[in-house]
Each structure stands twice: as structure tokens, then as C-alpha cells.
Design a protein around this ligand. Structure first.
Ligand code: PGA
Ligand code: MN
Length: 467
């Protein structure tokens, strides 16, 4: 069983039921709905469809709603504006009239307040580089450094510049509201800058009675600078390499990725490595060797999940992409991992109990870990220790918890009702695994469960042999 989870962003190339079915069949664990592109109607329609398919196929499938966040975009253009080196491009705000030949509006009113003369402005994934040469009240004049054609509604990055947009825009709040109503499992906050941004999202979800996990997308310098507090404030983290790779010097990106993955494992938070894993497969049936190596690297670092974006939203080979991730990750996992879990902080007795179970499982041949978890905590703790070979079968009475565990490294979550007597629950779980052929007779089952003795409940680890 592959341990690294696969996240697929859904889009025009993959929204058909049959395609989603194939993505699940080939190994997708979580679907991402990207609110920078998806409409609310499409989300309302697709969430129940994914749930139905997951039920039909009996697979634990999570849904991640990804907010647009405080992203800055250029306005609509009827035809692309051709920019030559040395040209002046004017950005207008607050509906100001154009005064230059080459001009485009920006969706963010305070743009002219936040940038200074000499600042770098990057447009369209960093393809167009400009430098600010003059500021006026409602316009910013920039000189073109790298020539290109500017299309409609392109994303703007301002590396290192503090943007005074709120962490959740009006659009984000409406999108999160819908996500809460539909019961999505994870909500990602784009361009999170400080830990309290996450608290705002958490409070909003709470008001909407949603239990969705809060994911911090690390994609700018401010977030990197406060990475440890950010990880602590989040339920999970995404290394959003698309924007991060523009916002920081590119040669820093691999180091930042490794530092974030390492720290997430140390602090016990699931972590996703995202963007450009198989970019060339948007158009090609096979990946580049460099892409295979990048997927292998994320797997070796033992990120919880790896994520496809353009590859599955607009790519020509979305199902093949999942197959490639599945093959490469499964192979690399068998060769071992970076071992960052050795530095995992064990704070409480429950974490230490789980650590004992992982040591036991690592020391035995043919071992499987079985963990009983009401809120998912014990399963996440186990996953965080990255057991060497044993799959983690996590039994929970909650369908919600089951889906939230879909993103965690090495966890196969299963829903069963818990009995008042832990022994009965354990028996049910063992029978389930035997019936599903997930265990074979003679397997060493390391079980983490409640035990009741003298009327008191305590966590316990014990070993059984599978029948
Ligand atoms: P996006 O985030 O796809 O929403 O931009 C991911 C990234 O920036 O890598
Ligand atoms: Mn991004």
C-alpha cells in the first residue's frame, strides 16, 4: 500500500464523473477545488458527486477547498498587450482613466500605496518582470524588464512587499461559507502571512459549524519567516511552490521545502508538497526525468501528500499523472525515507504510547498497526512517526474523521461503530481486515487501543497475530 497520499485538483479536464472515478481507481486520495478558478455553482454540484463515487468505491476520499486569498490580479483585456523591453506599463486602480498607451487595471485599490519606486513587480507566474519607476495617486508606472504579452486577469506577485489586503476577502468568506455547508474536509488559506490569519479562518469555520481542518499555504516570504508559529497555528501545511518559487529566490526553494517538511514532521502536522510535480505532463504522456526525481525527492522527504494542479485541471493526461505519482512514490517508499520523524516532539503520554507501538512495529516482520481513534489524534500521531513498513489501519466511528485522515501519510482510515467493550471493537476491526484481505494469517498486529481494567480506561499497546 502506497503511503504518500495523492491530491488532484479538479478542473475542466477532470470534472466528469467517469474521469473522477478513474482518478480514484488509480490512486487519488483527496480532491482539491481551487476557488481561484472554480465557480460556486460547480462546487455545489461536484461535492455530492465526489461523495457518492467515494461511497460506491468504498474509498476514504477527502475534499479540500482552496481559497483564492489576498491575491492581486490584473484586470480584463480585450486583446493581449505586447510588452517590449524598456516599455512603460501603467497599472491603474480605483477606476482611474488610462494615461499611457500600455495600461491595465489592478483589482487591488491600495496597490499604489503598497509599492515603492524600485520595487519588482512580477506578472503571470513570474514570466513578466517589471520595476516600479513612478507612483501617482491612482496609478503606478513600471518599466518592462522581460518582454512578453500580457493577457487578461493575470496574477501579480510582489516579492517581499507587505500587502494590506485582509487575509480573507469577501469572496473567500462566501466560498468558505459554501464549503462549510457542503461539509468539505479541509480548507486551505492562500497567501497566509501571519499565524493570526489562520485563527480568522478557524473562527469563521467555527461560526459556520464546520469541523474542516485549516491548511496554511506557504507561498510568500512573510509566511516563511514565521514558519514555526505558522505550523503550530495550522492543522496542516502546504508548500505552495508555484507562488513560493516566485516570491523567494528560486535557489532557496528546495531548501525551504525541506525545512517546512522537516518542521511539520517535528511538530506533528501533515504537510503537502504542491505544484509543478509533473508540469510537462500537461501536454506529454510521459514525465521528464527531472520531474520523476522531484516526485521521488518529496516522497523521500516523507511529505504526507503530493499534489497535482494544472496536470489534472487542464492537462491532457490527468489519469496518467496519477499513475506516475503512484508508481514513483510506491517504489521510493520501499527504499526508505529521510527519517525526519526521529526528531518528532513527543509531548504527552498518548504520543509516547504511540511511539512505543511504532518501535514495536518496526522491529517485527510483517507488521501492521491498528489504531482506534475517535477524533483522529492517535492516528495522526502514529502517522507522524512514519513507521518503516507497517500500514496504519485507523478505525474511527466518525465518517468526518475518516475523511480527514485521507491526507495523512501511511494511514488507511476505516469507519466502524465502537462498542462499549474495547475487546469487541478490536475483534470487529480484525474481522474487517481479514475479510478485506488487508491482513493475512500470521501478520503481526500492533494494536493501539483503549483498555479497561478495574473499571478505568487507559491507552494500551498490545500484539496479536492475525488469524
Ligand atoms: P495555487 O496554489 O495553485 O492556488 O496558486 C499553489 C501554489 O501556489 O503552488
Ligand atoms: Mn498559489
Amino acid at each position: 500500500m502506497r503511503k504518500t497520499k495523492i491530491i488532484c485538483t479538479l478542473g475542466p479536464a477532470t470534472e466528469k464523473t467517469e474521469t473522477i472515478r478513474q482518478l480514484i481507481a488509480r490512486g487519488a486520495d483527496v480532491f482539491r477545488l481551487n476557488m481561484s478558478h472554480a465557480s460556486r455553482e460547480s462546487v455545489r454540484e461536484i461535492v455530492p458527486r465526489i461523495r457518492k463515487l467515494a461511497n460506491e468505491l468504498g474509498r476514504p476520499i477527502g475534499i479540500l477547498l482552496d481559497t483564492q486569498g489576498p491575491a492581486i490580479r490584473t484586470g480584463p483585456l480585450k486583446t493581449p498587450v505586447v510588452l517590449n523591453k524598456g516599455d512603460i506599463l501603467e497599472f491603474t486602480v480605483r477606476g482611474a482613466k488610462k494615461t499611457e498607451k500600455k495600461s491595465v487595471e489592478v483589482n487591488y485599490d491600495k496597490f499604489a500605496n503598497d509599492v515603492s519606486v524600485g520595487d519588482t513587480v512580477l506578472v503571470d507566474n513570474g514570466l513578466i518582470k517589471l520595476v516600479v519607476v513612478e507612483k501617482k495617486k491612482n496609478r503606478v508606472l513600471c518599466r518592462v524588464i522581460t518582454p512578453a504579452a500580457l493577457g487578461s486577469r493575470r496574477h501579480i506577485n510582489l516579492p517581499g512587499i507587505h500587502i494590506s489586503l485582509p487575509p480573507l476577502t469577501k469572496k473567500d468568506i462566501a466560498d468558505v461559507d459554501l464549503g462549510a455547508k457542503l461539509g468539505v474536509d479541509f480548507v486551505a488559506l492562500s497567501f497566509v502571512r501571519k499565524p493570526s490569519d489562520l485563527t480568522e479562518l478557524r473562527n469563521l469555520l467555527q461560526r459556520k459549524k464546520s469541523k474542516a481542518c485549516v491548511m496554511a499555504k506557504i507561498e510568500d516570504q512573510a509566511a516563511v519567516e514565521s514558519i514555526e508559529e505558522m505550523i503550530r497555528a495550522a492543522d496542516m501545511v502546504m508548500v505552495a511552490r508555484g507562488d513560493l518559487g516566485i516570491e523567494v529566490p528560486m535557489e532557496e526553494l528546495p531548501l525551504i521545502q525541506r525545512r517546512i517538511v522537516k518542521n511539520c514532521i517535528r511538530l506533528g502536522k501533515p504537510v503537502v508538497v504542491a505544484t509543478h510535480l509533473l508540469e510537462s505532463m500537461i501536454n506529454n504522456r510521459v514525465p521528464t526525468r527531472a520531474e520523476i526525481t522531484d516526485v521521488a525527492n518529496a516522497t523521500f522527504e516523507q511529505a504526507d501528500a503530493i499534489m497535482l494542479s494544472g496536470e489534472t485541471t487542464v492537462g491532457h493526461y490527468p489519469v496518467e499523472c496519477v499513475e506516475v505519482l503512484n508508481r514513483v512514490a510506491a517504489r521510493i517508499e520501499r527504499s526508505g525515507g529521510a527519517g525526519y520523524a526521529e526528531a518528532a516532539i513527543l509531548e504527552d503520554a498518548r504520543q509516547k504510547t504511540v511511539a512505543a507501538a511504532v518501535v514495536l512495529a518496526n522491529s517485527l516482520p510483517r507488521s501492521k498497526i491498528i489504531v482506534f481513534t475517535r477524533h483522529g489524534t492517535m492516528a495522526r500521531n502514529t502517522s507522524n512517526l512514519r513507521p518503516q513498513r507497517a500500514t496504519i489501519f485507523a478505525f474511527t466511528p466518525s465518517e468526518e474523521v475518516r475523511r480527514q485522515l485521507s491526507i495523512c501519510w501511511g494511514v488507511y482510515p476505516i469507519r466502524i461503530d465502537f462498542s462499549a467493550d474495547p475487546n469487541v471493537t478490536i475483534k470487529t476491526a480484525q474481522k474487517y481486515l481479514r475479510d478485506q484481505k488487508m491482513t493475512t494469517p500470521g501478520d503481526n498486529l500492533v494494536i493501539v487501543s483503549d483498555s479497561v481494567s478495574d473499571g478505568t480506561r487507559s491507552d494500551c499497546v498490545h500484539l496479536r497475530t492475525a488469524q
